[in-house]
Design a protein around this ligand. Structure first.
Ligand code: F6R
Length: 357
């Protein structure tokens, strides 16, 4: 039920701090440490390479999952779009493990991959919001999101839940492998939940930004580097699917290799700046588009902000910035769609679960 909310999407965005807290409880052992099913930990631990298979928003979460498993747990990862993987399988490692990320657990594109890799005898895990869903039943193991039902077609809380559970999985596997883990993930996720709360409470500011940048524009760009690039992809998808504005997420440095030709007077460019190592590079890319007339909207993390940034994100651990950077983009998409009179919860041409290939 929507209750007092005009749209499920708004309700589901608001639920995100609670979802992170729920996940922290669900993945805790009796000693209060982050933990998960020992069989699943062993499956990750035994793999020489993780293959993440997903579509759409879940694919975007998978890109962040790759960062976590490689940086925290030291396991090489490939992330693949499910509709491509099944029909053009890459050379596989000797001991692959397949991780299917699917909110609904019903996506046909992802299922066809599961059927194929099972026939080859490879182990599989499904990360899903839906117990008893097809991909949950058919994979060897299931990891749950605990996000509660997501009704709006545009995925919001499932994405943040996916990112949080991927971080926890990478962390637990790293501990199992005896790796030195720098981050106190439990503490940092709790801080992140509070930061998300601050952001969902900044709706007026986000509505203002949507109005200022997306009220009449035909197109928009989202740029960032490293983790910020992955969030840019997700921000652009949100804008496209509910407001029908042509939006592209781009790696900051890649624009100048062709796409910058699309920048005109007033083109909105949202830039995400949360990663210190590349913040100046991204700012350099903003200068390049501004020189061609773009209207920049810089969202930077506290500690990295500069004078003309449009919004400063509350500070969280560098690995967890996608969980906060995505929130303004979700809200901006929502308000852009509202202003343009679009059906926010049921955008045209889309279905909540895509059960055809
Ligand atoms: C976008 C969106 C879709 C889904 C995609 C995969 O907001 O919801 O891109 O992420 O169709 O769906 P699942 O995760 O159910 O496999």
């Amino acid at each position: 039920e929507k209750g007092m909310y005009p749209h499920f999407m708004l309700k589901e965005m608001d639920e995100q701090p609670g979802v992170i807290r729920k996940i922290l409880q669900a993945y805790e052992n009796e000693q209060g440490e982050l933990a998960m099913d020992e069989n699943i930990v062993n499956a990750f631990n035994e793999a020489d390479r993780l293959y993440i298979i997903a579509a759409g928003t879940s694919y975007h979460a998978g890109l962040i999952g790759k960062h976590y498993f490689e940086k925290i747990a030291g396991i090489p990862v490939e992330v693949h779009i499910s509709s491509e993987f099944g029909y053009n399988m890459p050379l596989l490692s000797e001991k692959p493990l397949f991780l299917f990320i699917t909110q609904s657990g019903e996506t046909a594109d992802s299922r066809q991959v599961l059927v194929k890799i099972k026939a080859l005898g490879y182990p599989s895990i499904t990360l899903t919001n839906a117990t008893g869903s097809t991909l949950s039943r058919e994979a060897d193991h299931t990891l749950l999101l605990y996000a509660g039902p997501e009704i709006a077609v545009a995925s919001t809380k499932a994405y943040t839940a996916q990112v949080a559970v991927l971080a926890i999985a990478a962390y637990v596997v790293a501990k199992k492998r005896g790796k030195t883990v720098e981050i106190d993930l439990k503490k940092e996720l709790a801080i992140t939940a509070n930061a998300i709360q601050t952001l969902v409470d900044s709706k007026e500011e986000m509505e203002q930004i949507a109005h200022e940048f997306l009220a009449v524009s035909r197109n928009a760009f989202f740029i960032g580097r490293n983790l910020d690039y992955y969030v840019s992809l997700e921000g652009a998808l949100k804008v496209k699917e509910i407001s029908y504005i042509q939006a592209e997420g781009f790696a900051g440095g890649e624009l100048k290799h062709g796409t910058i030709a699309l920048i005109e007077e007033g083109t909105p460019v949202f830039a995400i700046v949360t990663q210190q190592a590349v913040s100046l590079n991204t700012r350099g890319n903003v200068k390049e588009v501004v020189a061609r007339g773009a209207n920049p909207c810089i969202l930077s993390m506290e500690g990295l902000e500069e004078e003309n940034d449009r919004f400063v994100l509350p500070k969280v651990h560098a690995l967890l910035t996608p969980l906060v950077a995505v929130i303004p983009l979700q809200l901006i998409s929502y308000y852009a769609a509202l202003h343009r009179g679009c059906d926010v919860d049921k955008p045209r041409n889309l279905a909540k679960s895509v059960t055809v290939e």
